[in-house]
Design a protein around this ligand. Structure first.
Ligand SMILES: NC(=O)c1ccc[n+]([C@@H]2O[C@H](COP(=O)([O-])OP(=O)(O)OC[C@H]3O[C@@H](n4cnc5c(N)ncnc54)[C@H](OP(=O)(O)O)[C@@H]3O)[C@@H](O)[C@H]2O)c1
Length: 272
């Protein structure tokens, strides 16, 4: 297989563009990534920004490409599959990033085609994504390698049982939003304590970045790292006490459960 499989991204919104930009940053050439949109003003903007060929016809966009990445909203998958069904060629691999939509839904619409379901996240834009992958029933090893190459170019990847992908959606697919919400809340709290906005922003962003590096760069657990900054009767102990008292962990669990349930509902809608 080519070192850089050719790719068509069908549906270039937040996720599709993050993936395309991540691939360009990882060394893909603009010609190696075809983009497919449904609004021409979006086409001009994307062509200008990425240099990639942009199409408004999915059949044209996917012609001759190794990987066909479906990055439309789950509710748009059914109608897109009707357009793709006559156009998908043997030997192509369809990679779906649509939350909740199963490989079985794709196989019902496209037949015995190689499908890999993926759940990436938007840090793919800066090469720091993480993607859960699951193989459809007609995907050969070559398709799994191809999906690993494409998504692996923009972050970490891991194959797993398809049933786990709704949880992946709720944890890492949605996860960046949890962190951004924390950043917003922490910045506002810093300002309430008298920090000017620019200082608050710099210190919050760097704290999240630094904590992330520490978490992934050592073998210590999050709890061990937390104990390291918690002295008895100190400031961290006071803050953590308030978070625990207000049910921080239960709140996070409820949020993740709500996201996973929503992913399942979206998938059922697309498959019906
Ligand atoms: N955003 C995330 O963080 C994230 C993470 C993991 C997975 N995902 C998955 O990625 C998919 C896209 O999410 P998103 O947040 O990127 O949504 P989005 O910003 O709405 O992007 C979807 C894009 O697809 C376009 N589209 C719809 N039907 C089309 C068609 N037939 N042909 C060509 N383009 C078409 C839409 O065009 P219009 O602008 O005309 O509507 C829109 O630009 C979803 O299935 C989601 O579950 C998203």
């Amino acid at each position: 297989m080519n070192e850089r499989p050719t790719v068509a991204v069908v549906g270039v919104g937040a996720m599709g563009e993050a993936l395309a930009s991540g691939l360009l940053a990882a060394g893909w050439l603009p010609d190696e990534i075809a983009l497919c949109v449904r609004r021409m003003e979006r086409a001009d903007e994307l062509a200008h920004r990425t240099g990639c060929p942009v199409f408004d016809d999915p059949a044209e966009a996917i012609k001759g490409r190794d990987a066909v990445v479906v990055a439309v909203k789950p509710r748009d998958v059914d109608s897109l599959l009707k357009d793709l069904a006559p156009a998908v060629e043997d030997g192509q691999t369809v990679i779906s990033v649509a939350a909740g939509v199963t490989t079985a839904t794709y196989e019902a619409a496209l037949g015995a085609i190689a499908v890999v379901r993926a759940m990436p996240n938007t840090p793919a834009l800066v090469g720091e994504g993480v993607t859960g992958l699951a193989a459809g029933s007609h995907a050969p090893v070559a398709s799994l390698d191809l999906a690993r190459k494409v998504l692996g170019a923009v972050g970490a990847v891991r194959f797993m049982d398809e049933r786990l992908l709704d949880a992946v959606t709720a944890v890492s697919g949605t996860g960046p939003a949890y962190v951004f919400l924390l950043a917003e809340a922490l910045t506002e709290a810093a300002m309430r304590e008298g920090m000017p906005y620019d200082i608050a922003e710099q210190f919050v962003h760097q704290t999240i970045r630094g904590a992330g590096h520490l978490l992934t760069g050592t073998s210590r657990t999050p709890a061990q790292l937390r104990y390291q900054v918690t002295s008895p009767g100190g400031t961290t102990a006071a803050a953590v006490h308030v978070l625990e008292e207000h049910g921080f962990r239960a709140l996070v669990e409820d949020a993740v459960r709500a996201a996973a349930e929503r992913a399942r509902e979206l998938g059922e809608g697309a498959g019906s």
